[in-house]
Design a protein around this ligand. Structure first.
Ligand code: SAH
Length: 344
């Protein structure tokens, strides 16, 4: 019998297993807490669980555990970047950032990515596989253990497209937010997507009101198609319809990420076009000076033009911020560390 990955299963599945095997009901809470709150790495660490249950769990399940392969700490702002090694030796990365409101971890959802955005390092080595639910959870659990602190916010903005790994991503959100385990509030979880419209619609119906961040990066379809292949499948209008629906269902404010690329998407007319599209929407625009990657000739926009773009949006009453860059000395941008590790 192949053993099952116990951190990837839901609370209800665990509870069914406990009942099927005629163990007492309260055992589910104990075991779920050992796994998701105390983050044990072996069954015999579960001190208050009977030997018999431990033995049976050991024969039917395993506890997945990812390893820190490399850790870089920024001397500028304490940003910590982890390169993690998975059980099949694939590598992914996570970044822990410190903000005034607390710590945030940026986690990966896939090994590689299929989406092929031209400015992003994550997809340049292709797609390998989806992460399991436990591999997503472990990025948080291992970092918490290593830093000896609780990390209170999660953004799914690392390597991969979370909505392209939909089921594991949803299970991750359910497990990490379960009050019997890590109990992280849904308001402290943000998923970022390049805009898989069908999945955004599905997410809106899940009844889990997490924050949604859309990697928009363009004010019209022509530009978007030239830098993001996903735009050939869904137009910005279709994407906006899905966003409006998400807001209606969840009452959450959407963030639009806009990577500013010199001469591509940051002319005045693009700011005007963008403001027109977002007028009246419960949203917020986050301008990101693009982080140039070695494969492409994209250049970051000059500060003066970035400021002009910002002012146009602001004057048109679109809530807008310029993203503060953290961890510049530790290659903290999406996919850069994994890509470097593949090169050596
Ligand atoms: N696939 C998801 C999440 C991962 S990318 C998504 O597309 O949203 C996280 C964010 O970093 C996205 O907004 C992405 O477009 C942005 N990004 C990727 N490469 C970048 C670069 N070189 N400079 C600035 N932002 C980048």
């Amino acid at each position: 019998m192949t053993k099952k990955d116990i951190k990837s299963i839901s609370y209800d599945e665990l509870s069914n297993w406990i009942q099927e095997n005629n163990y007492k009901k309260f055992r589910t809470d104990q075991i779920f807490s050992w796994l998701h709150e105390k983050n044990v790495v072996s069954f015999d660490q579960m001190k208050n669980v009977s030997k018999q249950i431990i033995q049976q769990m050991d024969s039917e399940f395993y506890i997945n555990s990812i390893k820190i392969k490399k850790k870089l700490v920024s001397s500028l702002d304490n940003t910590v970047k982890y390169l993690y090694m998975l059980e099949d030796s694939e590598c992914i990365e996570s970044v822990v950032m410190e903000y005034a409101f607390g710590r945030t971890i940026c986690i990966s959802s896939q090994v590689g990515c299929k989406m092929g955005c031209s400015f992003c390092a994550s997809g340049k080595s292709g797609f390998v596989r989806n992460l399991t639910t436990s591999e997503m959870l472990d990025q948080l659990y291992v970092a918490q253990r290593d830093l000896d602190c609780k990390i209170g916010n999660i953004v799914l903005m690392g390597i991969g497209e979370p909505l392209d790994n939909y089921d594991n991503f949803i299970q991750f959100v359910k497990n990490v937010s379960n009050p019997k385990g890590r109990n992280l509030g849904l308001r402290h979880i943000t998923v970022s997507t390049c805009g898989l419209v069908d999945k955004i619609n599905r997410l809106a119906d899940e009844n889990i009101s997490i924050n949604l961040s859309i990697s928009l990066h363009a004010s019209n379809d022509l530009i978007r198609k030239s830098i993001m292949p996903v735009a050939k499948k869904w137009s910005i209008d279709q994407l906006m319809d899905a966003c409006h629906r998400y807001i209606k269902k969840t009452n959450r404010r959407i963030t639009f990420e806009y990577a500013c690329i010199d001469k591509v998407n940051v002319l005045d007319k693009h700011a005007i076009e963008l403001a027109e599209r977002l007028k009246g929407m419960l949203c917020h625009v986050n301008l990101i000076p693009i982080n140039p990657i070695s494969e492409e000739s994209f250049k970051a926009v000059e500060n003066v033009q970035l400021r002009r773009f910002f002012d146009i949006l602001k004057n048109k009453r679109i809530p807008v911020t310029i993203r503060r860059t953290l961890g510049q000395d530790v290659n903290a941008s999406c996919g850069q560390l994994r890509r470097d590790s593949l090169d050596v």
